[in-house]
Write a protein that binds this ligand. Structure first.
Ligand code: 13P
Length: 250
């Protein structure tokens, strides 16, 4: 039985004050949703604050990106060993905003995934198609290609220590959610791709859904057999909404 994970990707939002308040709210309600795992992903500069606030709690934390390199002359980048200093359990790699706005290719994403794993930080690999790609009927080809880049570099066993997030680009921040069946179909495809290589790994890999997930649709999405939680953007900035989504997964 896979445990559900409800993860909050805060993107480039928040301030020291708002983050303190948000975490107080989440901590206050965490015990009621103990049947699911919770994690939050602040901007890098608030990592120390988040670690301080969450140490000793049941809530995990991580970042929204990392460098593929371990150190060196890479101005503006943040390396995996730095995330280790702040005891990050997870790191998001290949979010569609990184792929589309910052030109991260499948190969770069695969190297970031490898850099995280090497340090024992669990990567959350994001995959997903654009609206154009869905309308052209190439969703599986796109998601399969994004997945294959990581499998080619790291092998199937890597997914023993990784999470996948299916985030259709057309559903991110648009208020337009994939239907439970649309999401389930892609999740089942992803699991089948893994199962071709190792059914046991496929059966235990958590596959999250992301894209306008909110309290009103989280229950029906997470009731689908291959949807193991959510990667939440907008709604994760509000403690009550984030907790209500987690509750829907309990
Ligand atoms: P929204 O929940 O705001 O659509 O964002 C989803 C997302 O991109 C999470 O990584």
């Amino acid at each position: 039985m896979r445990r559900k994970l409800v993860a909050g990707n805060w993107k480039m939002n928040g301030s020291a004050d708002s983050i303190r308040q948000l975490l107080d709210g989440i901590k206050a309600g965490a015990a009621e949703v103990a049947a699911v795992d919770l994690a939050v992903f602040p901007p890098f500069v608030y990592l120390g604050l988040v670690e301080q606030q969450l140490s000793g709690s049941s809530i995990a934390w991580g970042t929204q990106n990392l460098s593929e390199h371990a150190s060196g002359a890479y101005t503006g980048e943040v390396a995996g060993p730095m995330l280790q200093d702040f005891h990050c359990a997870y790191v998001i790699v290949g979010h569609s905003e990184r792929r589309t706005l910052y030109g991260e290719t499948d190969e770069v994403v695969a190297r970031k995934f490898a850099a995280a794993r090497k340090l024992g930080i669990k990567p959350i690999l994001c995959v997903g198609e654009t609206l154009d790609e869905r309308e052209q009927g190439v969703t599986e080809a796109v998601v399969g290609r994004q997945l294959k880049a990581v499998l080619d570099l790291e092998g199937i066993a890597a997914f023993n220590d990784a999470v996948i997030a299916y985030e259709p680009v057309w559903a991110i921040g648009t208020g337009r959610t994939a239907t439970p069946q649309q999401a389930q179909d892609v999740h089942a495809f992803i699991r089948a791709e893994l199962a071709k290589l190792d059914p046991a790994v496929a059966a235990k890999t958590a596959i999250l859904y992301g894209g306008s997930m909110k309290p009103s649709n989280a229950g029906e999405l997470m009731a689908m057999s291959d949807i193991d939680g959510g990667l939440i953007g907008g709604a994760s900035l509000n403690a009550q909404e984030f907790l209500a989504i987690a509750k829907a997964g309990c």
